[in-house]
Design a protein around this ligand. Structure first.
Ligand code: C5J
Length: 222
């Protein structure tokens, strides 16, 4: 076991690459490109684009280090029997989940909008976990994948910081994983939510985990 030290808030964390996975949350066209779910909710999708290059930095470092990379996608089956009406009917979006849009049906598996953006396309063999909820553990086999590989520590990045990244880190923390959010590789439609979301993870001595950045994570894995 080789242990490396990763600079992070609230204090440096020792990492064993052999039991560490990179989890990239929902870097999908539906959230990052015009005409998808994010824009239908009234958001400025351009706010998320700053996370792409840092995600790529960590992704390339993780691949070079040979650590497990897991991608997640939020979405629903075409029949939408897995889409709770409470989620579908909420708010006053310009288009609802399942409605047709320029990238196909909004947030539906198999549609172009559901794909991960080309910059971060999964490589052959990297698990892609499709999730119907905000958290990546709910109604998925993510926990099985991680435990089968002996994973204890998660580097987590993606979108959005305060919704799916946060929910996943909270779920993972309760399941006993050590979570490190890669701050600049996360993004939110709301800069204030991003800042506070990250602060909430590392506050109180790391109540949910740690926060690092892409340069530190890539440097530690090199
Ligand atoms: C949202 C997500 N924001 N991936 N999903 O609805 O954070």
């Amino acid at each position: 076991m080789t242990t490396i030290e990763l600079a992070a808030d609230p204090y440096p964390i020792p990492i064993d690459p052999g039991s560490t996975a990179l989890v990239i949350i929902d870097m999908q066209r539906d959230f990052l490109e015009p005409g998808g779910f994010g824009e239908a909710l009234g958001n400025d999708v351009g706010q998320l684009r700053g996370a792409i290059a840092p995600c790529r930095t960590v992704l390339e470092a993780a691949r070079a280090a040979g650590i497990l990379v897991v991608h997640t996608r939020e979405g629903h089956a075409p029949h939408m029997a897995d889409a709770p009406p409470a989620k579908v009917s909420r708010g006053k979006p310009s288009a609802r989940i399942g409605d047709p849009g320029p990238m196909g049906r909004i947030l539906i598996r198999g549609e172009p909008g559901h794909d991960i953006i080309p910059e971060l396309a999964p490589a052959a063999g990297e698990p892609v976990v499709d999730k119907p909820g905000k958290g990546a553990f709910f109604a998925t086999d993510l926990d099985l994948i991680l435990r089968t590989r002996g994973i204890a520590t998660l580097l987590v990045c993606g979108v959005t910081t305060e919704v799916c990244v946060h929910t996943t880190i909270r779920e993972a923390n309760d399941r006993g994983y050590r979570c490190v959010a890669v701050g600049d590789a996360c993004g939110s439609y709301f800069p204030e939510f991003h800042r506070v979301g990250l602060a909430m993870i590392s506050a109180q001595g790391g109540i949910f985990g740690w926060v690092t950045d892409s340069a530190a994570a890539a440097g530690a894995l090199a």
